[in-house]
Ligand binder design. Sequence first.
Ligand code: NAI
Ligand code: MG
Length: 363
Amino acid sequence: MANPSLLILPGDGIGPEVMAQVERVIDWFAANRDLAFDVSTDLAGGCAYDAHGTPLTDATMAKAQEVDAVLLGAVGGPQYDDLDFSLKPERALLRLRKEMDLFANLRPAQCFDALADFSSLKRELVAGLDMMIVRELTSGVYFGEPRGVTHEGNERVGVNTHRYTESEIARVARAAFELARKRSNRVCSMEKRNVMEAGILWRDVVQEIHDAEYPDVELSHMLADAGGMQIVRAPKQFDVILTDNLFGDMLSDVAAMLTGSLGMLPSASLGLPMANGRPKALYEPVHGSAPDIAGQDKANPIACILSFAMALRYSFDEGANADLLENAVQKVLADGVRTGDLMGPEGGTPVGTVGMGDAILAA
Ligand code: NAI
Ligand code: MG
């Protein structure tokens, strides 16, 4: 059987620096675990604009559609700020998400023991935390029509439309239930059915999909505002949280801050299953291109490495190898190895981007 395929888009700023460490991890798995990928690398973002005059060429887009998973570093930088909106580096990401139809955005909030004191909450509330927010990414109030700023009488009116179809809810619900089966088998769905019709439909469809296709998964429902309170009161009660685009945008950022540095946060965006059964998939760190530290061997590569661990788990059914990689990260942190962003008052062994890669490979 052919090796699974990866398209690597390192991007701009610290993107290529952190992705270089992921490429070492990929090589390690090929050499030591008989897990080989066919890897191709291409330009996306500002570097693609510099080379081709567009943030993402049609050829790169076509390649992204064919591979089993795309790994992206980060795009953007101050030198591109004055470009026309359609040429901005961020358009590369938007085009990938839109054309691959990546409707399920997975944002884990995982607290590594050694970093529990970085949280805004008390250590005992977050130590061992491992939850996953599944945010609907391609519909809802950010896309609904009508929209715009209009005039009514002698005042302005801002309009957005919170709209979900049954099939849009059903497909992201399936993604959340599939995910739960690979974790602790629990989903909590959040909406605002008390004040929004789209919330009533959301709850009904999620419950129907559950009863018909995933009765083995434990499902609960919560109002999204109460959910926000619970995430900061007792986050460890959650496994998978399923929610819409708007609430997911906010709740995933809230949850992320329970766990410490931006340099630690991975993400995945998944679409429909392809012919081989794997979902269309893009894995990327949550952080940007960090121009303030780019080119200085300062960036923490862990967010990008954990994004690859998510690829192993969710695209390639390599849960044991994902565990291996996450455990290596955990061990390195427990040993006190720290990039600058992780250096707290208790100190530690300072390392750069490459040094962190070395430590993780050794572990
Ligand atoms: P940023 O995430 O690049 O940086 C925010 C702060 O966190 C900076 O102080 C940076 O040094 C630090 N930081 C980020 N990642 C880090 C890492 N791995 N290790 C250590 N420290 C890290 O966000 P910012 O500054 O708002 O945006 C910079 C550029 O990145 C802009 O052009 C923006 O448009 C772009 N961007 C791209 C994203 C993407 O590619 N997905 C997401 C967010 C921003
Ligand atoms: Mg946000």
